[in-house]
Design a protein around this ligand. Structure first.
Ligand code: GDP
Length: 451
């Protein structure tokens, strides 16, 4: 069956480390070993494998090679990946690294060192795009708090937007948390990134290290979670969301359809993922797997990958994806029932705003699981948190010379600040909106049609 391909781009330390966890999980789901040879027994594993893998044949042997480019401004993390267990899975010429690193400075990633690397990087990506039949789009894995993933990641997105204007650009963006990292300039890097993502990305799946940390210490009972623990969680969500792109099933979609269902207004494209069930391995045998319980958990704050409280906001839209043997009627009923019981938290002016998809293939080692992506106005909490620390530093011009030293104009900081401030206000406006909003929506649709 023809696949609509996605090219993965992993940039910087977080991007490459999350990427490593993601590819490991994909290998297991599709029955591939660490060098990309098929060892599985379920034909469903191969039907749409072309979404993320290229099939190559050499000396009579078939291998599946990731559609992926591994990028960094310093070679350390990529070298570790290359010499690790799945290093040989990737084509050697798809590792693109620079020197000497971005030193957590967004300006180096976007304006100076990153800009020097970006042309050779685009050349590699172009070749991968040419190898696709029907490229649906790109997914960028990166953190927003550092220099490479944030700065170069955003620069790369803007270049891809120019070169592939009609392909989807999706990001998995890891937001900084003071609990996990202590680099003081992270709020600067994150705000400058969001400022860019507002324009260049079609949909950004926000992952908040603070929420992951809470899940790891809480539900998973890990005393001192390290990045591999957090990245394991992220890859569960990444595999969950892409299930219907990778396996045949009901309501199969592509990235564009996902975006169309989830994003009612183009700027409000920052989505919150959640996953269920979530428990430590010792408790696995005692875990209920009723569809209603899974659904309940998906909309529970404790299962959310962003440290926001959805009870303080409204869901504009959501997509749920159930895996394993789940009857569609049961899943649809569970979702509708949950919406009815929590009506105040769902925007009533967007009809059918929660979608349900099903895939019979469960994650490896589980019978059933579910993932959701929600567009909730509660996400403004995340941006407000980042903005508050940004503003406290920017008022004093703290560390600004790191950025101006790379040629950046302080105006860009002010613009980022007001752009994110506007975003927060827009979320607030739709949160408070009721019936009169219907008029506003109609006006916007009308204007769009006129364009
Ligand atoms: P870059 O290499 O310049 O892009 O910088 P990093 O990716 O190291 O960015 C720093 C931010 O990413 C901080 O907020 C870190 O907490 C976070 N980070 C770094 N590595 C990881 C990782 O493997 N997983 C997760 N979840 N976050 C990470």
């Amino acid at each position: 069956m023809a696949s609509r391909e996605i090219i993965n781009l992993q940039v910087g330390q977080a991007g490459n480390q999350v990427g490593e966890a993601f590819w490991n999980m994909l290998l297991a789901e599709h029955g591939l070993d660490q060098s990309g040879r098929y060892q599985g027994s379920d034909p469903l594993q191969l039907q749409r494998i072309g979404t993320y893998f290229i099939e190559v044949e050499s000396q009579g042997e078939k291998r599946y090679v990731p559609r992926s480019t591994q990028i960094d401004l310093e070679a350390g993390v990529c070298n570790r990946l290359r010499s690790g267990p799945i290093g040989g899975l990737f084509r050697p010429d798809t590792y693109v690294t620079g020197q000497p690193g971005a030193g957590n400075n967004w300006a180096k990633g976007f304006y100076t060192e990153g800009a020097e690397l970006v042309d050779s990087l685009l050349e590699v990506i172009r070749q991968q795009a040419e190898a696709c039949e029907v490229l649906q789009g790109f997914q960028l894995l990166h953190s927003l708090g550092g220099g490479s993933g944030a700065g170069l990641g955003c620069l790369l997105l803007s270049k891809l937007r120019e070169e592939f204007p009609d392909r989807m650009l999706a990001t998995f963006s890891v937001l900084p948390s003071p609990k996990v990292s202590e680099t003081v300039v992270e709020p600067y890097n994150a705000m400058l990134s969001v400022h860019q993502l507002l324009d260049t990305s079609d949909l950004s799946i926000c992952i908040d290290n603070e929420a992951l940390y809470n899940i790891a210490t809480g539900a998973l009972k890990i005393k001192q979670p390290a990045f591999p623990d957090l990245n394991q969680l992220i890859s569960k969500v990444m595999c969950g969301i892409s299930t219907s792109l990778r396996f045949p099933g009901q309501l199969n979609g592509d990235l564009r359809k996902l975006g169309m269902n989830l994003i009612p207004f183009p700027r409000l494209h920052f989505l919150m993922p959640s996953y269920a069930p979530m428990y430590d391995t010792k408790a696995q045998a005692y875990q209920g797997t009723k569809v209603s319980e899974l659904t309940q958990a998906l909309f529970d704050r404790k299962n959310l990958f962003v440290a926001c409280d959805p009870r303080f906001g409204r869901y504009l839209t959501a997509a749920t994806i159930f895996r394993g043997s789940v009857a569609s009627r049961e899943a649809e009923y569970a979702v509708l029932d949950l919406q009815k019981r929590n009506a105040a938290h769902f925007a009533e002016w967007i009809p059918d705003n929660v979608s349900v998809s099903l895939c019979s293939v469960p994650p490896v080692g589980q019978k059933q699981a579910a993932t959701a992506l929600a567009n909730s106005t509660a996400i403004q909490e995340l941006f407000t948190r980042t903005q508050d620390t940004f503003t406290a530093m920017f008022k004093r011009r703290a560390f600004l010379h790191w950025y101006t030293g790379e040629g950046m104009d302080p105006m860009e900081f002010s613009e980022a600040e007001s752009n994110v401030q506007d975003l927060v206000s827009e979320y607030q406006q739709y949160q408070e909106a009721g019936a009169d909003l219907e008029e506003l929506v109609e006006d916007e649709v009308y204007e769009d049609e006129e364009e």
